[in-house]
Design a protein around this ligand. Sequence first.
Ligand code: MG
Length: 471
Amino acid sequence: MFLRFVAFWLLVGMLIGAVGAQAEQKRLPNFVIIFTDDQGFADVGCFGAQGFETPHLDRMAREGRRFTNFVVAAAVCSASRVALLTGCYPQRVGILGALPPRSGVGIHSREVLIPELLKQRGYATCIVGKWHLGDHPKFLPLQHGFDEYFGLPFSNDMWPHHPQTNVFPPLPLIHNNRVVAVNPDQHYLTTWYTEYAVDFIRRHRDRPFFLYVAHNMPHVPLFVSEKFRGKTKRGLYGDVIMEIDWSVGQILNTLRELDLDKHTLVIFTSDNGPWLSYGNHAGSAGPFREGKGTTWEGGHREPCIMWWPGRIPAGTVCEEFCCTMDILPTLAYLAGAELPKHKIDGHNIWPLISGQPGAKSPWKAFYYYYYGYELQAVRSGRWKLHFPHRYRTLDGPPGRDGLPGRYKIVRTELALYDLKTDPGERHNVADQYPEVVRRLQKLAQIARRDLGDTLTGHKGKGVRPPERVEW
Ligand code: MG
């Protein structure tokens, strides 16, 4: 009798255990993307920062995985952001460059953004920070799958205090669909965003969530709260990055405290390289050439760290090529969400993120477009071919203390670089590898037919127009 009693309760215990394990397995992961603005490749401690420290990001890297060959799809704000959120080249969805206030275009309602995709699976969704994908009420985040929005609708320099122009109207701070302040005190942007993000996590600890924290910093004009003012040798730029680092720490600590760390993938990266004309108010691209607004690696290559204790191998580095467009299909895979019916450009890179042995980059070719539809370069593996094109470079000394220096426009000829041995794109080896040049030229033809190219007069067949609106 006693044995039967024990056997019964053992069985009950096993059943409960099995159900619990199943629930655990079926529990959908949370996703947090932290996306800074104009931060250079070398502007994180573990990516080689000088003159300031980033203890929280460095810890995130020690507990997670660093990506050293991670790029954005465009070296400028709006285009880069639309690629992250739609998994498509900006040219495919028609959101290009940096949209001005009262923009006449926005993301078309047919496009599917990460939050819309995750809503199929019951996720709570929130964006804190910079949107910059159309500021008409019709285009704001709540109309594109986000449940909550708190932040600026475009860049923080598009306001009446711009150092060089007075064309900009007062800068709105928006909560959901409502303007709650104009020309807010930017010293507190990073603090406010962090508090909102932490509160969102606390409010949604019991259900899957997607949180997109798009800091306005370190885009000029730089502002930092008194918590970090004067804290670094590097000056204001270093102070600003240390405050962003503090913000990352607040988010990760909240996840740890709520026991959500084993259920949350956190991705940290930035939208484009440093705005070099701002001198001591700009970041550093480290070994890479040029910065924001160019198709050289300094414009596109970003520091990237991914963290998910127990799922991502701690303290590892991924050197395989991947990019922001891969995030949408990867999150869709992890959440069991259906991909959009239309064509997207990114790939599921979970094998790279989870460190599967021998995992390789799924990218056969990657295309570097400048602002509009000008195809300036193509990359395949270690090779990058620049077509003859114009680009901006500093003309004399850079600016100081919030005032920019001058750029001049110069030109590159057809140039092949081996990014493996020459990451700084200094030695043109086109003459030595004519067959590589031919192969990359063929790959470029595919992009021209699909996405277009104003340099060669191609109109892309795979382009979907954005939505237009009259103000
Ligand atoms: Mg930017």
